[in-house]
Design a protein around this ligand. Sequence first.
Ligand code: F6P
Length: 324
Amino acid sequence: MQTIGVLTSGGDSPGMNSAIRAVVRTCAHYDKKCIGVVRGFSGLIENNTKLLSTRSVRGIINRGGTFLYSARCKEFMTKEGRKKAYKNLKNSGIDGLIIIGGDGSFTGAMMLEKEFSFPVVGIPGTIDNDLHGTSHTLGYDTALNTVMEAIDKIRDTAISHHRLFLVEVMGADAGFIALNSGLAIGAQEILIPEANMSFEKLINSLKKSKKSGKTSSIIVVAEGDKTGKNVFDLASKIEETLSRYETRVSVLGHIQRGGSPSCFDRVLGTQLGVRAVESLIDGNYGKMVGINNGKITLTELSKAIKGKTKINKDLLRISQIMNT
Ligand code: F6P
């Protein structure tokens, strides 16, 4: 293992840069060459790479986004695309590849490993926190803080105008962001795909809160929740049922993916970057590096993608107690 490649793929997340920086500097530490692949798997297919030196990653630890750029590459999902990528990997002299991304990116990494016996190691980079084998993915902590700060601001308007706000947060398939940010901002209800709250229960909760003297409320809705067809449809249905509440919707969208990474994400990115390089050097392939109870661990990529980490339903229970 003389030359290690690194790429970021899928949705960008704060902390990806600290992981890239750590990969590059750990390679230098062990006297290995490090090659950055630009724009994820697309860069592999187009042979868009650059040699990375320790100095080329200076000043990026505090930056959001990804210094290597990212893409969701459809061509890599075809056998032809992967053949091109493998050929370019070989021609560039890359012996092993570190993939920083989420489940889609890890699926691509596994195909590369399976079809060409190419050594890969994954670093979990997604704000959604929806990978098994790590308590935190890179960017999740920063996103939680971004959401919390944004909803704190929305609350000012909710209180001033006696309104009900439905705030949609990211998480196409998972409610981690909604659940934890919802608890942190004191949401009246938190709607997540893992819990399936009924519309009736939601209405009863709002009625009860009104009765208890609440004049405004915030409901945090995960993108993937199905209580309504979508968050706008849900808001209309609530207004039709409870005319006493003036309702507004706020979709936080991609501001959740940007911004300077939190201290936690910078430290995590650094730890995972170092361990990912060491794993490749040790011949420990096909794994995702993660963090569990403060320890850096390795999980099979297949388990990281498929093994569902259960949402902490006790947080939902606690949130209900807080609403009394
Ligand atoms: O990064 C994950 C995620 O934020 C999902 O929660 C969301 O559905 C998706 O990315 C949207 O990504 P894009 O706009 O890049 O397609």
